[in-house]
Design a protein around this ligand. Structure first.
Ligand code: NDP
Length: 442
């Protein structure tokens, strides 16, 4: 704690994870202690910090700070996104890197964990400024990464454009074409079905969860938050599986559409026009638009639903929302976004018998498909959409089976159900720890 006193986010993440791992840690106390497992797994393999100088459109030199934390490569090359946001600092990158180790382990694929980024703010920058930053960032980072070493990806502020600029610079400096980044364009090594992967994966896992409790997803009503990448493809897959999503939201308001969200219209409004949800409501007679009000406004969570799928942003489902969902008879809450449910809300849902699976497992379809992009790049082949989607479905079903099994093995239960949050942490942790033990003190 003392060593990381200036990194509150990292301390919070480690504390929460270790607390949920208690049954597993207690059962292996002696072995873990002798091998200093907890000390080793919470200390990154290395953390890189570097200067990123670039020239803005006025000819002025700007300087940002770049980070790459290579946290743990016990089961495969480091893998994790690059976040470009003014709030980025070492503690945040370490917290994200630590979580990524467990999440990547859960995917069942051979990928270790890392994270990177910079305090650069891409908002309001010209394409040329973005390229200047990305090239400078990669000029330093390229010394430490590689297809078998560390494979960064996108994250907040790093989309297809930034990945393209970074990939171009890597290729130019290293003189080789290899799958060093994921999230690439389809013309130069990207994977089909990556766009759909997180939303589709969420529904494959939700369906497996319900099936295990003898509940059919077909005919169920879903409340979905968000109207971005994860939400759109979660809604699409839910409809393909016979469920009906009646809500979606953006940061200014939300839609209730009792006839079910029209995915084609939603894609047109959000992906093509990049407009607000008011346009969806204007084009769809059955839809009601609700402006976002204050914190007391429960938004999409006030709608009676069987399945809740938070797919927007962190801390968007609080204790009062959870109480409303329970009062309305919700069966499951499965997280498409990262940390959308507050800690108190999670506890309330679990204690009241709601089947709850956190984002670490439920939204792992995105990173799993990035690992499938790595496999395709190594093979120098591109798989069809159906091939990638079929593998994604299998991976999500295995993730559910593994977290359920881990919870059962350690008697982790809450509210009469398996504690899938603990199960996810334990399943991810055990695989990494077993690899570390097998590889000796390193
Ligand atoms: P997008 O930026 O595509 O979409 C986010 C959506 O959420 C937007 O519609 C946004 O609205 C809306 N939103 C933001 N804040 C609020 C709010 N306070 N209330 C209601 N709606 C809000 O992001 P993604 O869909 O890619 O990601 C969503 C979440 O999923 C994030 O937590 C992300 O980290 C996580 N995730 C994403 C993965 C992926 O593959 N895309 C993989 C794993 C996790 P607006 O347009 O108004 O901002």
């Amino acid at each position: 704690r003392k060593k990381n006193a200036d990194q509150p986010e990292f301390l919070q993440a480690v504390t929460e994870v270790l607390e949920s791992l208690r049954p597993c840690i207690d059962a292996n106390e002696e072995l873990y202690k002798k091998n200093a497992i907890l000390e080793r797994i919470t200390e990154p393999d290395r953390q890189l910090m570097f200067r990123v100088p670039w020239v803005d459109d006025n000819g002025q030199v700007q300087v940002n700070r770049g980070f790459r934390v290579q946290f743990n490569n016990a089961i495969g090359p480091y893998k994790g996104g690059i976040r470009l946001h003014p709030s980025v600092n070492l503690g945040i990158i370490k917290f994200l890197g630590f979580e990524q180790v467990l999440k990547n382990s859960l995917t069942t694929l051979p990928i270790g964990g890392g994270k990177g980024g910079s305090d650069f703010d891409p908002k309001g920058k010209s394409d040329r400024e973005i390229m200047a930053f990305c090239q400078s960032f990669m000029t330093e980072l390229c010394k430490y990464i590689g297809a078998d070493v560390d494979v960064p990806a996108g994250d907040i502020g790093t989309g297809a454009r930034e990945i393209g600029f970074m990939f171009g610079q890597y290729k130019r400096i290293r003189g080789m074409f290899e799958g060093v980044l994921t999230g690439k364009g389809l013309t130069y090594g990207g994977s089909l079905a990556r766009t759909e992967a997180t939303g589709y994966g969420l529904l494959y896992l939700t369906s497996a969860l319900l099936k295990d409790h003898d509940i059919d997803i077909a005919g169920k009503t879903c409340a979905v938050s968000g109207a971005g990448n994860v939400a759109i493809y979660a809604i699409q897959k839910a409809h393909q599986l016979g469920a009906k999503c009646v809500t979606c939201s953006d940061s200014t308001g939300w839609i209730y559409d009792p006839e079910g969200i029209d995915v084609d219209l939603l894609k047109e409004v959000k992906e093509v026009k990049r407009a607000r949800l008011t346009e969806y409501a204007a084009a769809r007679p059955s839809a009601q638009y609700h402006e976002k009000k204050n914190a007391d406004d429960h938004g999409v969570w006030s709608v009676k639903c069987d399945l809740a799928l938070p797919c927007a942003t962190q801390n968007e489902l609080n204790l009062d929302d959870a109480k409303m969902l329970v009062a309305n008879g919700v069966i499951s809450v499965t997280e498409g976004a990262n940390m959308p449910t507050t800690l108190e809300a999670t506890k309330y849902l679990q204690e009241n018998g709601v089947l709850f699976v956190g984002g670490k497992a439920a939204n792992a379809g995105g990173v799993a498909t990035s690992a499938l992009e790595m496999s395709q790049n190594s093979e120098r082949l591109s798989w069809t959409f159906e091939e990638v989607d079929g593998k994604l479905k299998g991976i999500m079903e295995t993730i559910y089976a593994n977290i359920s099994d881990a919870a059962k093995r350690y008697n982790a239960t809450v509210g009469g159900n398996a504690d899938y949050v603990a199960g996810a942490n334990i399943a991810g942790f055990e695989k990494v720890v077993n690899a570390m033990l097998a590889q000796g003190v390193c």
